[in-house]
Design a protein around this ligand. Structure first.
Ligand SMILES: Cc1ncc(COP(=O)(O)O)c(C=O)c1O
Length: 366
């Protein structure tokens, strides 16, 4: 029968009348930029994450850029981050003129290896930017401890982790500031691009808000070079319909992960490892085998959605060739590139669909 990697239309089908009404409401009012719908979403996300402030913007990438700029990070500064992420993490650092410094990952969680961070700190280091990859929080106690000892900021790339927890606290409330993406395939996805940043720091939030709006806090008076990076009211309205369902959807992802853990146990396939520091939200369910290309072919032939996240580590991207990392410099990230892939895991996936995926994997691996 086949199983998609993600079933986005199902989310719309479930909430169709509410989403349609929200869209109709925005269209009728013609209040497309800013206004009460964006404010409501910002307040709801801040409350959900347990932060004082949330500032909507055009994408998760922009949320990272705005946080970095609002912190005054720029040319000459170094930011420590992970090589095993979507390009936007590193790109945002480069976009503000700073230099990404890549630190290898933990073999089993795929998150930045906090035990390697201190050795990468120089007098130019300004911040640590961990990514909660695939929806599981990085080792934030260790990261915050290092940051405190060295006077560094901590910026969470929480783009894949809305709703994930770490020692009872929400992703997005674990550092000085955080970035979330509302890219449609994210756990909380818009009908297009969108993003938001969260922080407890009122000054940082105000600076980021100003930068997102052409460097102005007072119309037609500009004291900064900013961006046009605002969250559309249409997106905010749709996201406000979806947000109350997020915890249930994340619980469904966790339940689906538990089913795979059971169905795939005993196969020569490494399954996601969950740290005891919190609850992940399985933005992706990642499995690992040295036979990844052959197994993925079998899945594709059976009509089962699968993809590699990510086929090339950041330190080996052409654009970063001048940073001086060679093949073999960050071995865990490089090994993960060629051995890991995602299998279907989304809210509403049925046990039958998961059994179909597991049967193909079993056939390919035994
Ligand atoms: C880890 C990570 N960081 C940053 C981003 C950038 O988010 P956006 O696509 O909304 O710009 C994404 C998602 O695409 C992501 O997965």
């Amino acid at each position: 029968m086949g199983v998609p990697l993600l079933d986005l239309p199902a989310q719309y089908r479930e909430l169709r009348s509410e989403i349609d009404a929200a869209i109709h409401d925005v269209m009728s009012s013609a209040g497309f930029i800013g206004g009460p719908r964006v404010k409501v979403l910002e307040e709801s996300i801040a409350a959900y994450c347990g932060t004082e402030h949330a500032v909507g913007c055009a994408s998760g990438t922009d949320a990272l850029i705005l946080v970095l700029e609002a912190m005054g990070i720029g040319a000459g500064d170094e930011i420590i981050t992970t090589p095993f992420t979507f390009f936007a993490t590193a790109e945002s650092i480069s976009r503000v003129g700073a230099t990404p410094v890549f630190v290898d990952i933990e073999r089993d969680s795929y998150n930045i290896d906090a035990t390697l961070i201190e050795a990468a700190i120089t007098e130019r280091t300004k911040a640590i930017l961990p990514v909660h990859i695939f929806g599981q929080c990085a080792d934030m106690d260790a990261i915050n401890g290092i940051a405190a000892r060295h006077g560094l900021k901590v910026i969470e790339d929480a783009c894949q982790a809305i709703g994930a927890t770490y020692r009872g606290k929400q992703a997005g409330s674990l550092g000085d500031a955080a970035a979330f993406s509302f890219f449609p395939s994210k756990n909380l996805g818009a009908a297009g691009d969108g993003g938001i940043l969260t922080t407890d720091d009122a000054d940082l939030a105000a600076r980021a808000r100003k930068l997102a709006n052409h460097g102005t806090a007072r119309k037609y008076f500009h004291d900064d070079i900013g961006h046009n990076s605002r969250l559309d009211a249409l997106q905010a309205a749709i996201l406000s319909v979806k947000l109350p369902h997020l915890d249930r959807w994340n619980a469904e992802r966790r339940a689906a992960a538990a089913v795979y853990d059971e169905l795939l146990a005993g196969l020569p396939l490494a399954l996601p490892v969950v740290r005891d520091h919190g609850e992940p939200v399985y933005h992706l369910y990642i499995v690992r085998t040295p036979e990844a290309p052959r197994v993925m072919e079998a899945l594709k032939a059976a009509g089962i959605g699968t993809a590699v996240y990510y086929p090339r580590s950041m330190h080996l991207q052409d654009v970063y060739s001048d940073l001086g990392y060679g093949v073999g410099s960050l071995p865990q990230s490089e090994a993960a590139e060629s051995e890991t892939f995602a299998i279907p895991c989304f809210p509403g996936i049925t046990r039958e669909q998961q059994e179909e995926v597991a049967a193909v994997l079993r056939e390919a691996l035994t």
